[in-house]
Write a protein that binds this ligand. Structure first.
Ligand code: PAF
Length: 280
């Protein structure tokens, strides 16, 4: 595997490759990331991965400084997956001057849910992803469904800028007890790790309640969301949101019977913020 930090060198290495399949990451790779690499291999050749902890998508009080960085272990894992190039730019490679041009997703999608609780997050994500796409010029790129809103925003960005590439969604990989794999799980204490699967369990319960209810109105859905929030609070969580939304645009459903739904959740356990979702 070639490990490249310089954009020009990356371009020369990839010259003539028009079927590259790209997986952007922030490193600290776990089985979830590796499943993205395997999916990438099914959709193109060669597979290109990137590792870049993107300062632009972290808020001032977030965990940029403590975000786990495990480059040597990550390289060994990517080698094993047969990745052809790892693009691992330093900050000065990717942001040689202050990045003054930024991509802002539309308010109705970018400023809700994660965007409401992490202002500027999706501007940081879209800006870096657009820049990575411009460096790698892949024909496909893989994004996990665990970051459901991110996947939707990137898909729409690719569509609206007519980028000649396809975004492929990948299913969330979970530990045996149901916890969605995430680099931030390593911040959990032993007790918190034992409690963490309760977030997905709460979403499963909520899904069942929605199905049992059948036709229902937005007030009933709000009441269900609140009930789940209260259950989590009683267990020691600090939920940011538990939201039942339409899959197509992440807005509150107006017609429950017709709209495929998704439940999205973000909640803190101790100092660690976890997100998860469940399609209905
Ligand atoms: O999902 C992530 O790991 C990051 O948001 C991404 C897409 C690599 C951009 O920094």
């Amino acid at each position: 595997m070639k490990i490249i930090s310089d954009i020009q060198e990356l371009r020369s290495q990839l010259r003539g490759q028009n079927r590259a399949s790209f997986v952007p990451t922030m490193g600290n790779l776990h089985e979830g990331h590796l499943s993205l690499m395997r999916l990438a291999r099914l959709h193109g050749d060669p597979v290109v991965a990137s590792i870049f902890v993107n300062r632009l998508q972290f808020g001032p009080n977030e965990d940029f400084d403590t975000y786990p960085r495990t480059m040597d272990a990550d390289i060994a894992k990517l080698e094993k997956e047969g990745v052809y190039v790892l693009f691992a730019p330093r900050e000065k490679d990717l942001y040689p001057e202050p990045q003054e041009y930024r991509i802002k997703p539309p308010q109705q999608l970018g400023d809700i849910l994660e965007g409401e609780f992490r202002p500027g997050f999706f501007i940081g994500v879209c800006t870096v992803v657009m820049k990575l796409f411009s460096c790698v010029q892949p024909s496909v790129s893989i994004f996990g469904k665990k970051d459901y809103q991110q996947l939707m925003i990137i898909r729409q960005m690719v569509q609206q800028f007519a980028l000649p590439m396809e975004i492929i969604p990948a299913e969330t990989i979970r530990a045996a007890d149901g916890l969605a794999l995430s680099s931030r799980n390593s911040f959990l204490s032993q007790d918190e790790r034992a409690e963490a699967p309760q977030l997905q369990n709460a979403l499963q319960d909520l899904r069942q309640q929605i199905l049992d209810l059948g036709a229902c109105n937005p007030q009933q859905l709000l009441a269900l969301e609140k009930k789940v929030k209260d259950v989590l609070i009683a267990r020691g969580w600090q939920p940011d949101y538990i939201a039942i939304r339409q899959q197509k645009d992440l807005l509150t459903p107006s017609d429950i019977e017709r709209a495929p739904l998704v439940i999205l959740a973000a909640a803190k356990l101790g100092k660690t913020r976890l997100i998860d979702n469940l399609e209905i």
